[in-house]
Design a protein around this ligand. Sequence first.
Ligand code: ZN
Length: 341
Amino acid sequence: MKPTSPAPGYAFISLPERVDRQPRPPHAAHDRRHEATYSGTLRLTWLAEQPIHIGTGFKRLVGDRNARAILREHARLGDVPCIPGSSLKGVLRARFEAVTHSCFDPPKHDVRVKIRSSTFNERGITHAILNADAVRGFERTCRSPGPLCPACALFGALNLRSRLVVTDARPAAPTLDSYTIPEQFVPNLHHVGRLRVRESDNVLEIQRLHGRKFAVGRDERPPPSNYAHAAAQRQAQPQRLEVLPVGTHLHSELRYTNLTTAELGGLLAALGLAPRSRLKIGGGKCHGLGRLFLAEHTHRPRGKHDDEPLDLDGCAHAFARSPACQAANLARLVALHGEDC
Ligand SMILES: [Zn+2]
């Protein structure tokens, strides 16, 4: 069957042919410094190139009696809005996974999920299901002391501590703004892979995943009146979000322990530092939110009293030549998350 065109707002990066799980390398540990590995701290200054919304699940009512609205709150540290280190690390991990032969968290398989599609709904097809074969071998099953994929070896797995610590990113001048986007739905399962209609029970069956999903989306918001119209047609409510405004600078630290040159290179790719790219983080990424750029960094090796520049080219080169690297996927990630994602 001809695949339906994926909804705008996201793109896919192919899965590797296989997950490359290897016995745990001795340097994937915290017990001591290992030879030919690096430890240190990167001080990072991030720039919000689009408004950023990291949701907490909390909402509050704003406005007066004539125009009440629900505002979805942004994450805070105490009273100060921030990007939690866990959110940043999650994005870095997803990007590192995409450019290496790593495992991932696929959508649930063998569970019937309701779909919104006039084409299919008209034909009486209301549910989709992901075939177990579509994800076999890619599921996140790495656990120490068993073999580990490149991402689990670096970012941690069951029984294995991560060799990276990412601190909360705090704004230099904390302010919050509000921003309205259309109501967000859980993405339609039938957009994530190659599919066929299973005749026995009239369900759409995803037989093969397009890959890992990455959000892309410039701000192409129609005027609010069109918005309201589109929302009414879909019986959807526009969502008002608390956001860090464009131009916000945020500071965080990334501490790393016992990384090989190739691992450091993979991390620099995930950070969008070498090669250069942007991160997309938080809510509303398909609607012109979430683009984060690593504007500045300094680097201090562990045990040193002065900053030393990182050999960006050397690390990037070592990563590109390492068996962990998926060069085509790295090129795709950089192309997807360029200046206008
Ligand atoms: Zn893994």
